[in-house]
Design a protein around this ligand. Structure first.
Ligand SMILES: Cc1ncc(COP(=O)(O)O)c(C=O)c1O
Length: 392
């Protein structure tokens, strides 16, 4: 039996979303076509837009559909920078955090390398939190076109003070984007209350299909397209709309939001059981970042991130996989070579410490049996990983 503990990578689709996707996929019609089938597809898209807006505290007109988190992040960062720069060439700066997902970090780096943008990366504390004052300092010098700080981190699960960060950005007249991809499943995310100008969400992290998401964008947010074509979605995101995917996204989001508080508490209990159990194994394991059992304000309820000394994260991953437990090291490989996580390095961990990283992320299919299977497998897995010296 497989125990899937990698919900931060992607979470299984909810049955109602599978049904919605399948049902709509049977129909033909480009939502931009004017005939009956096209108008029917358009009606599905617009109804979904309203449902998604309502679930996330956004007006329907603030929902810009995209192909997912990566595209939304790119559109937010590059589209806002281009729009602001066009109005004032003196705006040469972009501020972000050092622990963003690559979907934000890399477009920001691209702007730095290719367009000469001055990039400021806010450093987190040892827990992975971004202090509001660091943003205030970065904006004080002026000249910043856009600021982007994620709502919750995908590796270590830290939750940032988004409303405070957005308010500081607003004081300085700087548009603020937040990547809320990891936050929506378990936190009470509302675009209107967040104060953000732009917010990224992705369907496959909340039980919807892969390949669809949205950028929530205030009507007055500076934004120009980064891909040009048919002019769909307020002229900022061209491309035929995926009516089936969008419909399934709306269904998954509504279901997720309706059960979110209860589910967050349930998953939190499992996560605490996992962390307490992992520490009790006496294998030298530490919990990364700051963790207080029962707390949902500073760390995502479903996030467990461990450092296992003397092991390569990849060895642990493969051995756990062989034992039927699917998890992640939390960071990417580059050309097949495991890289120490930029998030852990920014939090002050050494490269050597960062190598033994293991991320277990829990979600709607997780149960106590999954947690216990992981804990039961760990002693033998750690022993083998240590003996292998990273050669697995
Ligand atoms: C924080 C964060 N941002 C962006 C993305 C990219 O989203 P997508 O897979 O929908 O492109 C991910 C996916 O792992 C993520 O965790």
């Amino acid at each position: 039996m497989t125990h899937y503990l990698d919900h931060a990578a992607t979470t299984p689709m909810l049955p109602a979303a599978v049904e919605a996707l399948t049902e709509q996929s049977r129909r033909v019609g480009n939502p931009s076509s004017l005939h009956t089938s096209g108008r029917a597809a358009r009606a599905v898209v617009e109804e979904s837009r309203e449902r998604i807006g309502a679930a996330l505290g956004a007006r329907p007109s603030e929902v810009v559909f995209t192909s997912g988190g990566t595209e939304s992040d790119n559109l937010a960062v590059k589209g806002a920078w281009l729009a602001r720069r066009a109005t004032d060439p003196a705006l040469d700066g972009v501020v972000t955090s050092a622990i963003e997902h690559h979907a934000v970090l890399d477009p920001v780096d691209y702007l730095g390398d290719a367009r000469g943008v001055r990039v400021t990366r806010l450093e987190p504390d040892r827990c992975g939190h971004i202090c509001v004052d660091t943003l205030r300092e970065a904006l004080a010098a002026g000249g910043v076109a856009v600021a982007s700080v994620m709502w919750a981190n995908n590796e270590v699960g830290t939750i940032q003070p988004v409303a405070e960060l957005a308010s500081v950005a607003r004081e300085h007249g700087v548009p603020f984007h937040t990547d809320a991809v990891q936050a929506v499943a378990h936190l009470p995310v509302r675009f209107d209350d967040s104060g953000a100008d732009l917010m990224t969400v992705s369907a496959h992290k909340i039980g919807g299909p892969v390949g669809v998401g949205a950028l929530l964008a205030r009507r007055d947010a500076p934004l120009v397209p980064i891909a040009h074509g048919g002019g769909q979605e307020r002229q900022v995101r061209s491309g035929t709309l995926d009516a089936a995917g969008i419909h399934a996204f709306a269904v998954a989001l509504e279901e997720t939001v309706a059960s979110r508080d209860v589910e967050a508490k349930r998953v939190l209990g499992l996560r605490d059981r996992l962390l307490e159990g992992a520490l009790a194994l006496r294998l030298g394991i530490t919990v990364t970042g700051c963790w207080t059992a029962g707390d949902t304000t500073r760390r995502l309820p479903g996030n467990a991130h461990l450092l296992v000394p003397g092991c390569e994260g990849d060895s642990l991953l493969y051995l756990l996989d062989a034992a039927g437990i699917e998890c992640s090291t939390g960071s990417a490989c580059q050309a097949g070579v495991p890289q120490p996580s930029h998030v852990l390095l920014a939090m002050g961990h050494s490269e050597a410490e960062s190598r033994g990283a293991l991320r277990l992320s829990l979600g709607h299919t997780s149960t106590e049996a999954y947690v216990d299977a992981f804990l039961a497998a760990m002693p033998a897995v750690v022993d083998r990983a240590r003996r292998s010296g990273g050669l697995l």
